[in-house]
Design a protein around this ligand. Structure first.
Ligand SMILES: Cc1ncc(COP(=O)(O)O)c(C=O)c1O
Length: 405
């Protein structure tokens, strides 16, 4: 029987017990807040996990790329919000996909609306609103926003789904109180605008969501759905923000010490940037490239020892551990880490229930390549013809998990 101690490293481990608890916890939270849950799948990009979310009451899903939308559509997900400002040159592909599933697009500009009207396809459309993050989305107070909302509502053929916003600025908050204020700002922004539109005879839904905001919010009055994503795994950033504790984090990177030199205060592990991602995470309690578990089961993190620097394949740990020893690292950003690695997942209670991605796992560099291909390719078919998918015989990280033989 394979155990964690036997696994070749670096390995991305997924704890199914924690995953299931996180999925159930957010579903329950949304139910109690009176909103439906449309989870963002970019965190895991995995059909099996999405199925678990759907079995726990998720109504529809959210994706960040058209490729994700295509792959999840192929696997029986028929209500998909592409929560990314519309890429005008992908409209024809979106149209093809919308012929077979309910694809909801997101726009925040007049040119995007004009492109939709020219295209003539009866798309469902969200209007993206800026709730203070200032990344994308229209100013809720601007006249142009009301004007574009009116145009959407009056466009024959288009269905104006509603207002969509994302409180990504919650990640920069320095206290729980500040996250609460941001969550309330997000709620109020879309609820107020929704009310103003209703007074104008435009009745639409309102969609919010980030994991930090969803972990503190106590009222979502005026909101109809939430789109958190990271909560399925959580990570060191969410621990620092107080969204969860380390014992709830479901994704870890198992790494081995490969070098320690006499007199050095550090050692080198085999988890570099291609295993972890280079997300710097929160500056508090101190800057790290990943925290290290002192005790995984009880969720105790080392206070002094951590992953400090990353080069492509090397990771520098701030303690001179012996060569051959292993560390279990809590990544700063599980979405990016998962996008870098292959997954071997396990259920702590029954180690025989190991799972591995279907097909022979490519090495980490190849996974990086697969992801780039996935972003670029126009359809899974093109992708499988021109990418390493063919060589590895599976569809990169969208493959379903299969129990290990
Ligand atoms: C538009 C949008 N909605 C929802 C989410 C989910 O946020 P989180 O991963 O914090 O749950 C994201 C994450 O980046 C996003 O960009």
């Amino acid at each position: 029987m394979t155990t964690v101690a036997d696994l070749p490293t670096p390995a991305l481990l997924l704890d199914l017990d924690r995953l299931d608890a996180n999925i159930a916890g957010m579903a329950d939270r949304c139910f109690r807040l009176g909103v439906s849950l449309r989870p963002h799948l970019k965190t895991h990009k995995c059909v099996e996990i999405a199925r678990r979310q759907r079995a726990n009451g998720a109504r529809g899903v959210t994706v960040s790329t058209l490729y994700e939308a295509q792959v999840f559509a192929d696997h029986g997900f028929h209500d998909i919000t592409w929560a990314f400002p519309l890429i005008l040159n992908r409209l024809q592909e979106a149209e093809r996909l919308a012929d077979r599933v309910q694809l909801r697009l997101t726009i925040d500009s007049q040119p995007a609306w004009e492109a939709l009207v020219r295209c003539g396809h009866p798309f469902h459309v969200w209007l993206k609103i800026d709730c203070g993050y200032h990344r994308a989305g229209m100013d809720p107070a601007a006249l142009e926003t009301m004007t574009l909302a009116r145009k959407l509502a009056d466009s024959p053929g288009l269905t104006f789904d509603g207002l969509l916003t994302h409180s990504g600025h919650a990640y920069a908050a320095t206290s729980r109180g500040e996250i609460k204020r941001i969550a309330e700002q997000e709620r109020r922004t879309v609820a107020d605008l929704r009310e103003r539109l209703a007074a104008d005879g435009i009745h639409v839904a309102a969609s919010v969501g980030s994991t930090p905001a969803m972990s503190v919010v106590t009222s979502l009055d005026g909101v109809t759905e939430a789109r958190p994503g990271n909560y399925v795994f959580y990570d060191a950033t969410q621990v620092a923000l107080g969204s969860c504790c380390a014992a709830t984090c479901a994704v870890t990177v198992l790494a081995s010490v490969v070098s320690r030199q006499a007199g050095a205060g550090h050692c080198v592990v085999d988890a570099g940037a291609l295993a972890m991602s280079k997300d710097e995470g929160p500056p508090r309690p101190r800057p790290t490239m990943g925290r290290i578990f002192a005790e995984y089961d009880s969720g105790v993190l080392h206070q002094e020892m951590h992953l400090r620097f990353l080069s492509q394949e090397h990771g520098i740990v701030t303690a001179p551990l012996p060569v051959g020893s292993r560390v279990r690292i809590l990544p700063n950003h599980s979405c990016l880490t998962t996008a870098c690695c292959k997954i071997s997942s396990h259920r702590r209670s029954s180690l025989q229930a190991y799972f591995q991605v279907l097909g022979s796992a490519p090495d980490l560099q190849e996974w990086g390549l697969l992801l780039q291909q996935a972003q670029r390719c126009t359809s899974p078919t093109v992708c499988s013809r021109s990418s390493p998918h063919e060589r590895t015989g599976h569809r990169c990280k969208y493959a379903q998990y299969r129990p290990r033989q």
